[in-house]
Design a protein. Structure first.
Length: 276
């Protein structure tokens, strides 16, 4: 399978795109469909989602590491840690160490604490925990969390005051949070080390639960929706690594395999990048 050229950004297969397959199979799919990297979900986003316990299962971890070595696929990011009112950052030490074992350089973080100062303090402590491993925590804004949009996420990261603290732009959340292209100019390039790419269809729903449902189940491949992805990409640092996070539960229900969906995602992304 032809991979992207040397001048193209890193393209990584996100776990949510193929959540039904094991990490071992995900790495194999990435290798077969032209990705250079994957993202691993070390902690589930919800209690209900199907989860492969990489942190607890040493054998699964070994199998995944072996497959990464055999295929040459690398790990871009690991996810997902949540900053909550009751969070003790020291409790994340094992997860961060496992992320480092996989060679990840980026860590996805959600802000679920309405006390913004405490959220910033915990984010700072997480940055300190990650620093010896060379890992950069990224606060991902999502409109139903307590880091609702790009401006708030940036404010929290800047308040944390750590040079390895970053913000994560996800095209879906960028659209549904009402963030604007001019907001991106407020972010120093050093605060953005990768982004999550997908497309979004239709106007922003008034119901937050519907936004959440769409985010987890019903995204579109790049170019198949209504988001100004070219405008967004042009505002971001050149050749920013792209994590393709495109859950399509309807396609999965129709029998479109994880490998087929991963292939569609990267093919559509290539077509989009050719327009830049």
């Amino acid at each position: 399978m032809k991979t992207l050229t040397m001048n193209s950004p890193i393209v990584s297969l996100a776990a949510l795109t193929v959540l039904e397959v094991s990490p071992v199979e995900m790495v194999e799919i990435a290798a077969r469909t032209g990705y250079s990297h994957v993202g691993l979900r070390l902690e589930p986003a919800t209690p209900e989602e199907h989860h492969f316990p990489l942190v607890r299962d040493a054998n699964l971890r070994k199998q995944t590491l072996n497959r990464l070595r055999d295929t040459g696929i690398k790990v871009l990011d690991v996810e997902i840690l949540r900053l909550k009112p009751e969070t003790r950052v020291a409790d994340f030490a094992t997860i961060v160490a496992v992320g480092a074992e996989f060679g990840a350089t980026e860590l996805l973080v959600a802000g679920n604490d309405p006390d913004e100062q405490r959220q910033a303090d915990n984010f700072a402590a997480l940055c300190d925990l990650c620093r010896p491993y060379g890992i950069y925590p990224h606060l991902e804004f999502m409109p139903w969390t307590d880091a609702r949009d790009l401006k708030q996420a940036l404010r929290i990261v800047e308040n944390a005051g750590r040079d390895n603290g970053c913000v994560l732009v996800d095209a879906f959340h960028f659209n549904r949070s009402g963030s604007q292209l001019e907001d991106v100019a407020l972010v120093a390039p050093s605060r953005m080390r990768y982004m999550q790419l997908c497309d979004v269809a239709g106007p922003r729903p008034a119901d937050m639960q519907e936004i959440l449902r769409q985010a987890r189940n019903e995204r579109r491949f790049p170019g198949d929706g209504d988001c100004d992805l070219l405008g967004l990409l042009r505002c971001l640092p050149a050749n920013l690594p792209l994590s393709l996070e495109i859950p399509c539960v309807q396609l999965q229900a129709q029998g479109v395999s994880a490998q087929q969906r991963a292939q569609l995602a990267i093919d559509k992304t290539r077509a989009l990048l050719r327009q830049l």
